[in-house]
Every structure is written in structure tokens, then in C-alpha cells.
Design a protein around this ligand. Structure first.
Ligand SMILES: Cc1ncc(COP(=O)(O)O)c(C=O)c1O
Ligand SMILES: N[C@@H](CCOP(=O)(O)O)C(=O)O
Length: 471
């Protein structure tokens, strides 16, 4: 399997090269040159597999430069009951109103990011050892990628993590999860700005080819194709859990920000998984909802990005959206370059003439939600005896309820657990409510924290990396 850049001006690469490279040299994102197809016979065979076995079957369609037995062993070590709390790994539960919720947040940091990040920890270590290399990971987080990456990479030989987060914008739990880690290879950097500013910094550092090469800069964000491919697996798993025959179709509703999660759903659908609709749910930062309704893509500046109670989705420039647009324009790198010139100039672009295709051929739909919608949804779910959902999952459930068609099976992806956002959950359910939290994380917020606060400046980040790596 070869990988190409969405901007069409970088050489083709193998999986392991893409794993370590981050952004393509032409500024694009790496994508497979074709999508493997899943036949109905294959899907039937997959019905009896464990999660780790299924992950091997799906991921080996995309990974052909790691011996099968090594990949299989890594996946068996990654997707265990010990790490994810259940043998099922991503159990699907039914709400009173018939919506399905696929639990993706039972991993060590209580968000869906663990699903891919736990694998990344294994595969980075494997490929770096094989190639006798080291890696300095520069990441950006709005709250969940950071902790998932740090938990997966802490203490790993040959890997440093430099994680940028928006100063003061994450929940108390998210801050504590990251900033309380004392491992020497973990460096937390809070930027005076928003997530989009942090992501712009990592793209600027990645664009400095000399620095990137000298300091072996890699990424754990969904810029990294390995994140996306690991996320494709749970769409297949969710489909198999919700159906008994391959003639059935299901839709997925996905709380979205950087578009990485739903991009994996798009890939699964392109592979032939019987997905009816991919429903993109946003919060008040509704750039994506606007695109899927009108065809106009108008990313906003930080000044026009809202700080909301589903903070991990406070994103106005969705990185992975470029991957979908690449497919939409017929994998035409030059066209993507033109469109992103419009994005970089602040104007965005308009693909209204392709909206019918976006909805029809690609099955996208969308909706958005507000703070009050989140509170009402968390309250309604709890009152119905369906337990707790976090504000991001609530955004998804609200939108799924709003757009659901007669007879449609919708799987809402649970992207985090309620305890990560207990302030907002208490606002919805009352101060006396007892929000479940794994015993191992009790008292997390009381631990000492370590973070460096900086201005929004890529050069300062480079200096921090230089000093840490040469120290
Ligand atoms: C809890 C939670 N929900 C939803 C999202 C949005 O996912 P994506 O950025 O893949 O669209 C994120 C961040 O990525 C998140 O942390
Ligand atoms: N919501 C994310 C933002 C980064 O997204 P990624 O999927 O590109 O890593 C977060 O929680 O950090």
C-alpha cells in the first residue's frame, strides 16, 4: 500500500514512513492511493472475531511493511480487557429511545483518543527500534489527544512528547491528567490562544523542513494517518454489533471538531461498510455544519471561535476535512492546493455545486448544538435511566435525535466519559449527583502540576524543543 499527499506534490510513501513523517512536505495530509474493499463474505467472517483480531484484519489492509505476526502481536497487546476495561473493547448500548451508543472511552484517559493512541504507542516503539531512530512528537490538543498521547508514550525509549494546549480552556480534569505527569519525556506547553493556534504552530514547525529533519519531529494528531486507520476499526466493530445481517445499514453520529473521527467513518464507508449516513455533530463552533448544509467552508479566526462547554470540539479549522475534500474533488491535488490557498487567505471556499454528491454519494448530514442543548440532553438521558454522558457525546445525541429518519439505526459515538467534564455535568444534573470515576483517577486534580505557559509563537516552541533535546 502506497500513500499520497492531498496536495499532490510529495513522493509516494509506505505506511512506516508516513507514521514518522507527520505533515507531507507539500503541506498536505497523507492518504492511501486506493481504498481496499470489504466484501460481504469478509464482513460475515469478521462477525466472530475479537476486537484485536478484527483490528488486525482491517489494519493489515493498509499496513504491508510490518510483518503480519508482529502487527498481530502489537494489536493483541493493545486491545485488551486490562487496558479498555471490557473484553468487548467498544460495547454498544441502547438508549430508551432506540439510539445506540458505542462506548469508545473506556481506555486509560477516558476519551475515544485512546482507541488509536494506545496502538500508536506500540507501533512507534516498534518502528523506531527497527530503524534505530528517535522521535520528538509535537502535538496540539484541545484536551483529549494530549492526555491520550502522553499516557501512551510516557517513559517510552527514544520518544519525547511536546504537547501544546490552549491555556485555561480545558476542563480541570483534562489539565490535571496532562500536567500531573512527571515523566521526563513529557513536556506540557500551554499557549495563550485557542486549539487552532496550537495546531497552526505545529503545522508551521512541520513546514520548517530543516528543523523538522534535524529534530526528528513527528506527530500524534490525526494529521498522522496511523490515527485514522486505527479509528476505522471501531466503525466496523460498531456496524457488526448493531446488525445481524450485512443487508442492514446503520448511520453513525459523530461529535466533531478536527474531523479525524468522522474521517475514519468516511474511509470505512468508502471501503464498502454498509453505512447509510455519517452525521457530523458540532457545538456552537459550527463551521462544518455550515459546510454540510450549504457547501460553503468558512473557517473562522480565533477571535470568532467560541469557548464552549464541549471544549474539545472548540475548533474552527478542521485539519482532516482536507482528506474528505481530496476525495470529493476526485483526488485532485492541484484542486486541493487551490482550495487551501483560499483557506489560508482567510476566505475559505464554496463547493455548493457538489453538495448533492456530499449528501448522496458520500452520505454526509450534520447538525449543531448549544450549551442549553447539551445540558438538556445530559438531563434527559439521565432521567430516562440511561446513565451519564459527557457534553461532547451529548452534542452527538442531540443532533442524532434531531435528524433521525423513520426506521434509521443510528450509532452515536461516545467520545469521552462524563467525569472528564464534571462541572458541566453537575450544571445539568445538580450538585449532589455522583458521577462515576475509575478509582485509579480519584484525587487526580489534587496532584502537583507542571506546565510551561508561552505566547502564541512557533519560534518559542522550537526553542523549547532545541533546549530539551540538546540538554
Ligand atoms: C471528547 C471529544 N469529542 C469529540 C472530539 C472531536 O473529534 P474530531 O476532532 O476527531 O472531530 C474530540 C477531539 O478531537 C474530543 O476530544
Ligand atoms: N479534540 C482534540 C483535538 C485534536 O484532534 P486530533 O484528533 O487531530 O488529535 C483533542 O482533544 O485534543
Amino acid at each position: 500500500m502506497q500513500y499520497q499527499s492531498t496536495r499532490g506534490e510529495s513522493p509516494l510513501r509506505s505506511f512506516s514512513q508516513v507514521l514518522l513523517m507527520g505533515l507531507a512536505p507539500d503541506g498536505g495530509l497523507m492518504m492511501p492511493t486506493s481504498y481496499p474493499k470489504i466484501s460481504t463474505e469478509t464482513l460475515t467472517q469478521w462477525r466472530s472475531l475479537s476486537y484485536a483480531q478484527l483490528a488486525f484484519e482491517v489494519m493489515s489492509l493498509f499496513i504491508d511493511d510490518i510483518p503480519s505476526e508482529d502487527l498481530r502481536a502489537m494489536l493483541e497487546r493493545t486491545y485488551t480487557e486490562e487496558v479498555f476495561g471490557t473484553a468487548d473493547i467498544t460495547p454498544v448500548r441502547r438508549l430508551q429511545d432506540g439510539l445506540l451508543v458505542q462506548e469508545l472511552s473506556n481506555g486509560p484517559t477516558l476519551a475515544f483518543k485512546d482507541m488509536a493512541m494506545q496502538f500508536l504507542g506500540q507501533v512507534f516503539e516498534y518502528v523506531l527500534a527497527r530503524e534505530n531512530k528517535t522521535l520528538n512528537i509535537l502535538g496540539a490538543t484541545s484536551g483529549d489527544t494530549g492526555s491520550a498521547a502522553e499516557y501512551a508514550m510516557r517513559g517510552k525509549q527514544g520518544i519525547n512528547v511536546f504537547m501544546l494546549s490552549p491555556e485555561g480552556k480545558m476542563s480541570a480534569f483534562q489539565r490535571a491528567q496532562m500536567f500531573s505527569l512527571a515523566d521526563e519525556n513529557i513536556h506540557n506547553i500551554a499557549v495563550n490562544g485557542l486549539f487552532d493556534d496550537c495546531q497552526d504552530i505545529i503545522k508551521a514547525v512541520q513546514a520548517d523542513a530543516e528543523f523538522k529533519q534535524k529534530y526528528a519531529i513527528g506527530t500524534v494528531n490525526s494529521i498522522n494517518w496511523a490515527r485514522i486507520v486505527a479509528q476505522v476499526v471501531y466503525y466496523v466493530r460498531g456496524y457488526l454489533a448493531a446488525t445481524t445481517s450485512n443487508d442492514e445499514k446503520v448511520s453513525f453520529c459523530v461529535p466533531s471538531g478536527n474531523f479525524g473521527n468522522v474521517c475514519a467513518g468516511h474511509i470505512a464507508r468508502q471501503m464498502g461498510l454498509p453505512i447509510e449516513r455519517l452525521i457530523v455533530a458540532t457545538n456552537e463552533n459550527d463551521v462544518l455544519d455550515e459546510f454540510f448544509k450549504t457547501g460553503a467552508y468558512r473557517p473562522r479566526t480565533s477571535d470568532n471561535t467560541f469557548i464552549t462547554s464541549s471544549p474539545s470540539m472548540d475548533i474552527s479549522k478542521a485539519s482532516n476535512f482536507e482528506r474528505f475534500v481530496f476525495d470529493l474533488v476526485g483526488q485532485d491535488g492541484e484542486k486541493v492546493r487551490q482550495l487551501w490557498a483560499g483557506v489560508n487567505s482567510g476566505e475559505g471556499f464554496d463547493l455548493a455545486d457538489q453538495l448533492a454528491q456530499v449528501h448522496g454519494q458520500y452520505g454526509f448530514a450534520s447538525g449543531s448544538s448549544t450549551h442549553q442543548d447539551r445540558l438538556d440532553t445530559m438531563k434527559a438521558v439521565h432521567a430516562a435511566g440511561d446513565g451519564f454522558v459527557d457534553p461532547h457525546t451529548a452534542d452527538g445525541i442531540k443532533v442524532a435525535r434531531q435528524v433521525r429518519l423513520d426506521g434509521e439505526t443510528i450509532i452515536c459515538l461516545e467520545t469521552a466519559l462524563a467525569t472528564k467534564f464534571d462541572e458541566t455535568v453537575r450544571e445539568a444534573l445538580g450538585n449532589d449527583v455522583v458521577i462515576p470515576r475509575p478509582e485509579a483517577l480519584s484525587g487526580l486534580e489534587d496532584l502537583p502540576q507542571r506546565v510551561t505557559v508561552i505566547d502564541n509563537n512557533a519560534e518559542v516552541v522550537k526553542d523549547i524543543i532545541r533546549q530539551a533535546v540538546t540538554a
